[in-house]
Design a protein around this ligand. Sequence first.
Ligand SMILES: *Cc1c(COP(=O)(O)O)cnc(C)c1O
Length: 414
Amino acid sequence: MSQMLSQADAQKLLADVMNDAYPDERGRFGPFGGRYVPETLVPAIERLQSGVERYLHDADFLAAFHAELNSWVGRPTPLTYAPTLSKQWGAEIWLKREDLAHTGAHKINNAVGQVLLAKRLGAKRVIAETGAGQHGVAAAAACARLGMPCTVYMGSIDMERQAPNVGRMRLLGATVVPVTSGDQTLRAAVDEALRDWVSDPNGTYYCLGSAVGPHPYPYLVRELQSVIGREAREQILAATGRLPNWVVACVGGGSNAIGLFHPFVKDRDVAMLGVEAGGTGSGLGENAASLAYGRPGVLQGSYSLLLQDDDGQVRETHSISAGLDYPAVGPEHALLMSIGRVKYETVNDDEALAALAECCAAEGILPALESSHALAGAKRLARAHPGATVLVGLSGRGDKDMPTLQRTLLKDAP
Ligand SMILES: *Cc1c(COP(=O)(O)O)cnc(C)c1O
C-alpha cells in the first residue's frame, strides 16, 4: 500500500491527520472514502448528511446521547488492569471493557446514537443490516428503548448460523427479514437494506453497523464510537499518570478500533496497532484481512481496500470470528495505514483462540473471538517491547462464541 503514496504525499497526509482534517468536505480520508452511490440514493444520503451536520455536535443531542450511554448502556465501561497477563506476557496490559456494555459489545454505542439521530430526523422506522447478528441485536435494543419500529436484514445463511441472535432480535421487537439473494450473507444484507432505504428516504433511517459505507457513515460511526477512546485515555492517565505506549484493537469494518484510536491520534508518542483476522492463511478466501491483502476498489459506497480476485470480484472471506468476516475495511483505516500512523497486523484463528483461553484462565474474562485477535496482537507487542504499557480494546464478550469454542478449544463432539 505505502508504495501507492510518495513520501511527500504521505507526509502531507500525516500532517492533515494530526490536524484532524479528515474527512474532507467530499467525505474523503486522503485518497479513501467518498460517496460512490447510485443517483437514487443521493436524496437519502444528503438528508442524512444535513442531519449529521445539524445534530451530531448539538448540545441537546449530545446530552440525550450521553444520558442513554450512562443510564442504559452502562458507561463509562471500566479500564481493567490485567495483572496475570501482564506477568505472563511481560508488559503492562490494560483492558478497555466494552464487553461490559449493554448487549455485550461496543456496537450499542453506535446503535443508540444513530437511533437518536433517526428520531431527530423525523424517521418513522429504522432499518439495519447484520452479519453475525451483534449489530442487529444492538439496533433492535436501541429501537425498543427509544420507541422506533425496527427491521433487520440478515442473510439466510447467517440466520441459520446465528439462530440465537435472531431470537434475541425478535424478542426485542424487531422484524428480521431473511435475504436470499447474492451471497446470502452480510454483503447481500447491506444491499437489501440500501434498496429499502431508497424506496422511502424520508420515513426510513438506515442504521449502518460499522465505520464503512458512503460518507457520512464512516465519520458518523467514528464520532459515536470515540467515546471508547476518550474514556480510555482519561482512565489510563488517572490510573498510571501517563499515556500508554501502545493502543491495540481488532479491525473488522473498523468501528471499535477507530473509536478507541481516534482520541489518541494526535498523541505522537502513542503507537497503535490494528489487528485483522488472518484466518487460516494468506490466500484469497482464507482470511478477512483487507488491509494486509486487499487492493483498492469500491464496495458499498466507499473507496477502500477490498479482498478481491484478479478480475476485481470481491470474494468470500474466512475468520473464526463472524464479526471480523467482511471483505472491506473502513476508509479511515486505509489512510492511517498508508501514512504509517497506525500499524496493522494479522492474527490467525489459532492465535486468537489461544489468547482467548489465556485471558479466561488468567483474568476471569471470556472475551469475544473478535477481541481475542486484539489480545493476541497485544501479546506479540509485549514480547517485542518488554515492560511497555499496552491498552487493549476488549470489544465484546465471548458468550456468543460458545458453539465455536465447544467445537474447538473444548473439543466436544459437534
Ligand atoms: C462486530 C464486532 C467487531 C468488529 O466490528 P468493528 O466495526 O471492526 O468494530 C469486533 N468485536 C466485536 C465484539 C463485535 O461484535
